[in-house]
Design a protein around this ligand. Structure first.
Ligand SMILES: Nc1ncnc2c1ncn2[C@@H]1O[C@H](COP(=O)(O)OP(=O)(O)OP(=O)(O)O)[C@@H](O)[C@H]1O
Ligand SMILES: N[C@@H](CCO)C(=O)O
Length: 323
């Protein structure tokens, strides 16, 4: 579940009085998500999402995330748009936590990814990258390549020794090949565009179209192709860990129709995919060894990403992963 901070009825009504978004009619905590506390609000003026920012989000960075979301929405990308209070401020305090209200997006995230989700996804990722171009402020990727060795060290004492040894070797190989700064095009990337952060609506023929992208709290300024690598990791593996090259091709060709990849990006794609697998493996492993038994949060399985890492380690070139 992800309601770490409980909000009382009274506190919420007092909070909403600072906005001009109507009277509260109903609200409920949202069980999904692991990072922040989320509430769905219904007011006399419509539906909204209230987020209370928890552990991993640095409050000093919230203006950047909210500013990026505002910028992307203004460029026509469908994403949550921060709603300002009567005083113009979108970032406020509630129940002792930084909090913001954003617009509600309709649609559902795909519990089972079908190939037909993948072209719209690739297209949306390219649109996101294009829309981000005019946002001037940058944010370093706090979970980028230089964060991985320290993260692995913090898992070392509690991780299974065979696994830690495999990760040590894999990480050394990834870092040895990692693109140098400036080698690939950079921009603002989502950095966590998993199926649960992409909402779809379907027409009568079950053809999905994207209704919006959510959860920009890992967004940062990094290699655009690294965002593609994250998406290939998160969307293209079946439950038996088989890589679905049809899905990957659909993502890559729809993305490339809007922004063709450079030869250097194609060449780097396999190592970027290994790096992305390593990043999610490590954060999941860290959470796995540091979440106390009985905590009210669903831990995600790190080993899913070990299988992905092993797959990408055998991919000789981009053609092996759908390029
Ligand atoms: N703008 C929005 N419109 C509609 N629903 C939303 C919106 N933002 C969040 N939600 C709902 O809240 C859930 C959790 O949101 P989100 O993924 O941002 O949380 P989180 O705690 O940051 O999770 P994680 O980082 O684990 O994905 C979503 O699956 C969705 O159901
Ligand atoms: N998408 C992440 C969770 C945090 O955003 C994962 O699946 O490990």
């Amino acid at each position: 579940m992800a309601v770490y901070t409980e909000v009382t009825d009274e506190a919420l009504r007092a909070f909403l009085a600072e906005y001009g978004i109507g009277e509260l009619q109903a609200y409920r905590g949202i069980a999904e998500g692991v990072e922040n506390s989320n509430y769905a609000l219904k007011t006399t003026q419509g539906d909204f999402i209230l987020t209370l920012y928890e552990k991993r989000v640095d409050p000093a960075e919230l203006p950047w995330f909210l500013g990026l979301m505002r910028h992307l929405a203004a460029q026509g990308l469908s994403c949550p748009e921060p709603v300002p209070g009567r005083d113009g401020a979108a970032l406020r305090q509630l129940a002792g936590r930084p909090a913001a209200i954003c617009t509600f997006l309709p649609g559902f995230w795909p519990r089972r990814v079908r190939p037909s989700h993948c072209a719209p996804l690739g297209d949306a990722l390219a649109r996101l990258h294009a829309a981000g171009m005019g946002f001037p402020a940058t944010r370093k990727n706090g979970l980028g390549a230089e964060a991985w060795a320290p993260l692995l060290d913090r898992c070392r004492a509690d991780g299974e020794p065979g696994l830690i040894a495999e990760l040590d070797a894999a990480l050394a190989a990834i870092l040895a090949e990692w693109p140098a700064p400036g080698a690939l095009p950079i921009g603002h990337i989502h950095a966590d565009l998993f199926p649960d952060n992409v909402f779809f609506l379907e027409d009568a023929g079950r053809r999905p179209r994207i209704s919006g992208l959510i959860d920009f709290y890992f967004a940062c300024t990094d290699m655009l192709a690294y965002d593609i690598a994250i998406v290939l990791n998160a969307w293209c593996f079946e439950s038996d860990y088989q890589f679905n090259v049809t899905k990957a091709r659909a993502i890559l060709s729809a993305y490339g129709a809007r922004r063709p990849l450079t030869p250097a990006e194609w060449a780097a794609l396999p190592v970027l995919c290994r790096g992305a697998a390593m990043r999610f493996l490590l954060t999941r492993l860290y959470d796995w060894v540091n979440t106390p038994p009985g905590a009210m949060v669903t831990r995600k399985d790190p080993l899913e990403y070990l299988h992905r890492l092993r797959f990408f380690a055998h991919a000789r070139d981009a053609a092996a992963i759908g390029g």
